[in-house]
Design a protein around this ligand. Structure first.
Ligand SMILES: Cc1cc2nc3c(=O)[nH]c(=O)nc-3n(C[C@H](O)[C@H](O)[C@H](O)COP(=O)(O)OP(=O)(O)OC[C@H]3O[C@@H](n4cnc5c(N)ncnc54)[C@H](O)[C@@H]3O)c2cc1C
Length: 414
């Protein structure tokens, strides 16, 4: 008999995605080990940093199902009720509103650090989760019955299933033979929090510029959070230059739509890439979240997509547990992966398509995309279709996405 510590599931990575899965599975008493290199609450925690995330309506539902939404909302969640989309230097624009899809909000803006705080409290309150942190998973050794994860301090953990939620940061998925494809955008996203003289009142902006999209999301009283895609050589001046010079450049790009900017936080930059694993499944292992797919942050889709992985995987694992099956069974994992394929591909296709279409300054393309923006503005059906996809409402329904707890007697039949 193995002397290693035993769990049902080992989750490698306690970032946004891994921590969400741990909370979901612990609610139905699946014994989870959550391995995280950087402790929750540290300033340099890479998942719970200075960013804010735009959560879709479907993500709010999933968090409601996991039982963490109320706490998140009590801390800090600003509703987005409409988005103004425009193309700098061209005529087309579109306004997408929550009334187009009959919801009270298109999404919610939540600071990553708030999510980290809530997850940490929730994990401590759930006895079915054992947190190994700081601890780094260095190897995964799968065998017929179990997978063994070795930590950097030599501790070994066994489980029927290892979920890789490392954000694609450790190479563990590749070490198990999971292969992928993608490309480097050779661009970076600059983020900052801004104060303006106008109350955002729930209105977000997405402005396409020749270097890339500029997003402004409402973040409470007279505040916006910004994600601005720029060429790498533009970044140092934006970060190291004075606040006044940065604000003047920003104001010139967005105009006065969001009011006059009066203050800014320090700026930080993130490199951007597109990547997708061809298959996120190996023997007794599955990759989810950014470990399985990384997309451009335009339209704020990456984590929302990862959270839908969590909801779908949680459903499959819960059913296997209830039926006394093997939660690491490859057929089961393949069923999960095949259910996620279409959503993952659509999001990759839409985000990459937007970047390509708006990055090109050719006159026919500019006319076509501005005609498209105007058409979307005029056609309610087109607005609805676009919003349903970006709000995650078209993805296959899972128990959590219906806002129900995993063990709910009214959960959908898989
Ligand atoms: C500028 C920017 C803006 C964005 N805005 C949005 C948005 O508005 N909406 C949206 O949906 N998405 C957005 N995203 C995407 C979103 O941030 C990611 O999809 C999300 O952070 C992925 O979460 P994750 O848990 O999969 O990975 P990560 O956040 O990368 O977390 C992985 C975790 O695993 C840990 N780890 C790694 N290797 C190991 C190991 N070997 N052992 C133990 N622990 C390990 C790391 O320490 C980390 O905590 C944005 C991204 C960027 C760059």
């Amino acid at each position: 008999m193995s002397l290693n510590k035993q769990h049902d599931v080992i989750i490698v990575g306690g970032g946004l995605v891994g921590a969400s899965l741990a909370c979901a599975l612990a609610d139905v008493n699946v014994d989870c080990a959550l391995v995280e290199s950087t402790p929750f609450g540290l300033d340099d925690q890479p998942s719970y940093d200075e960013r804010t995330v735009a959560l879709t309506h479907s993500s709010r539902q999933i968090f409601t199902g996991i039982g963490v939404w109320n706490e998140i909302a009590e801390h800090d969640a600003t509703a987005i009720t409409a988005i103004h989309v425009s193309d700098k230097g061209h005529f087309g624009h579109s306004v997408l509103s929550c009334t187009d899809v009959g919801t009270d909000a298109l999404g919610f803006v939540v600071p990553h650090r708030v999510l980290g705080k809530v997850f940490y409290q929730q994990i401590q309150a759930r006895s079915a989760v054992t947190l190994y942190s700081p601890a780094t998973a260095t190897t995964i050794d799968p065998s017929t019955e179990l997978s063994t994860v070795t930590l950097n301090d030599g501790v070994k953990l066994d489980a029927r299933l290892v979920v890789i939620a490392d954000g694609g940061r450790s190479g563990l998925a590749q070490s198990l033979g999971m292969r992928g494809r993608g490309r480097d955008y050779r661009q970076q996203a600059l983020i900052a929090t801004l104060t303006t003289d106008r109350d955002p009142a729930g209105l977000a902006f997405e402005r396409f510029t020749s270097s890339g999209p500029l997003a402004l999301l409402p973040a409470g009283d007279h505040r916006y959070v910004m994600a601005w895609t720029l060429e790498p050589d533009e970044i140092p001046a934006m970060i190291d230059g004075t606040d006044d010079v940065f604000l003047a450049k920003l104001q010139q790009t967005i105009g006065r739509r969001a009011g006059r900017f009066t203050n800014t936080s320090a700026r930080r930059a993130y490199p951007l890439r597109l990547h997708q694993l061809t298959t996120p499944v190996a023997t007794r292992a599955v990759a989810i979240g950014n470990a399985a797919h990384t997309v451009h942050p335009v339209a704020g889709q990456g984590f929302n997509l990862g959270l839908r992985d969590v909801a779908a995987l949680a459903d499959v694992l819960y059913e296997a547990t209830v039926q006394g099956g093997d939660i690491g069974d490859r057929t089961l994992l393949r069923r999960y992966a095949s259910g996620r394929k279409s959503d993952t591909r659509s999001v990759g296709w839409i985000t990459d398509g937007l970047i390509r279409a708006f990055a090109n300054d050719s006159i026919p393309l500019a006319v076509a995309r501005n005609g498209g923006l105007s058409a979307i503005n005029l056609l309610p059906a087109a607005r609805r279709a676009l919003l349903r996809q970006t709000m995650g409402l078209n993805a296959a329904t899972s128990t959590l996405a219906l806002g129900l707890p995993l063990g709910s007697p009214t959960r959908p039949v898989l």
